[in-house]
Design a protein around this ligand. Structure first.
Ligand code: IMP
Ligand code: MG
Length: 177
């Protein structure tokens, strides 16, 4: 049996706050004069979404989708399942998908094909974290909070087997024998 613990802090709280503010300004400027629908990917993006939305100056609404790709492990399986669909119709809307983290991009690639088929007026992605050099799909990610090394991270919404989402910073998961 191995146990897990919180390892090195990769991104501390003030750094997260500062970057979310910058993203908020950038997105507000880009979407000026339009109404935005933020689509949060449950559950990890909820924390980022709540903070980012409060930095937006354009009119915006939220909706959520839940998809599963990992089960309880730390490796992407590429197999995606919709656990909860959007409440509303996105046809003709300006949609910005909010993700906590993009690793291989396989989850996102599936999601973008699925949402794109519903004919939104525009469809972009904002990810808090992207793992450096890991992207296997060609999905363009318009807004990126931070590029991080290829390590399994937890906190600020990110979980390992549903735990550690409540950490105020992003840390590396440490596996102990
Ligand atoms: P992808 O399909 O490989 O891009 O995996 C994306 C999804 O896997 C994310 O939305 C997360 O839910 C989860 N994930 C990927 N890497 C990590 C990590 O380092 N910590 C926690 N969850 C992760
Ligand atoms: Mg997860």
């Amino acid at each position: 049996m191995s146990t897990t613990a919180v390892g090195e802090v990769l991104i501390d709280e003030p750094t997260l706050r500062q970057r979310v503010e910058e993203l908020g300004e950038e997105i507000s400027a880009d979407y000026e004069g339009r109404e935005l629908l933020l689509v949060g990917v449950l559950k990890g993006a909820v924390f980022f979404m709540a903070d980012l939305m409060r930095q937006l100056s354009v009119p915006c609404e939220i909706d959520f989708m839940a998809i599963s790709s990992y089960g309880e492990g730390t490796d992407s399986s590429g197999v995606v399942r919709i656990l909860k669909d959007l409440d509303g119709n996105i046809e003709g809307r300006h949609v910005l998908v909010l993700e906590d983290i993009i690793d291989t991009g396989l989850t996102l690639s599936y999601l973008m094909r699925n949402l794109g088929a519903r004919e939104p007026a525009s469809l972009e992605v904002c990810a808090l974290l992207v793992k450096h050099g890991r992207l296997e799909s060609d999905v363009p990610v318009k807004y990126i909070g931070f590029e991080i090394p290829n390590k399994f991270v937890i906190g600020y919404g990110l979980d390992f087997a549903e735990r550690y989402r409540n950490l105020p910073h992003v840390a590396v998961l440490r596996e102990e024998p």
